[in-house]
Design a protein around this ligand. Sequence first.
Ligand code: DX5
Ligand code: ZN
Length: 228
Amino acid sequence: MTRGVKKWTFQDRIIAPSLLAADFGRVAEETTRAIGAGADWMHLDVMDGNFVDNISFGPALIQAVHETNDVFLDVHLMIARPDHYLSRFVTAGADLITVHVEDEANHDVSQTLTAIREAGCLAGLALNPATPFEAVIPHLGDIDLLLVMTVVPGFGGQSFMEETMPKVQAGAKYRTENNLSYHIEVDGGIGTETAATAAAAGANVFVAGSSTFCAPDMAAAVQSIRQA
Ligand code: DX5
Ligand code: ZN
């Protein structure tokens, strides 16, 4: 849990660089660099080589980021059985924990979302490009953030899938019609142009890995996504 956390609303535009695109040999410095460049949150992609075809990092790296930087930690769990590992990410310092709705994640989604909130963290729910919006509807009243994947999860540097935008629009419409207040996050292939497309559809949280950490001027890259 971050010290003195700012209360964001879905009216705020939030930029969350993904540490997956950073120099892993210098995680603490890279996080400090991102904060200095204007990042609001740090997006931390946890991959288990099972739910997705890649392995990234676990609670130990998240703890290292938490202990070396005072920044909101947006933890994206692309793992099976997130409920089993939940407490380790809470202990590591996560502020927001997002789990996937797909059956391959092999958990009771409602129970996991409740457990995340009971642990004092914000709860997020993610759906992959191939997953219909209807799959998340039963849970929209129990989340703080809806994550619409704009690429097939597992790797950074992929191209933005515009065909996922109707799910962002549906999420924004459902939020208004049901007087809810969850954030809408987009993740994958986000840069200045695609951020503008996603913002027009209703997104307010923008995960950006390669377009920020790999930019010649990270501050300019973050600013251009903020103004897109
Ligand atoms: C992909 C991850 C993304 C990824 C984004 O599975 O969830 O967060 O790191 O990287 P870019 O912005 O390079 O597409
Ligand atoms: Zn992610």
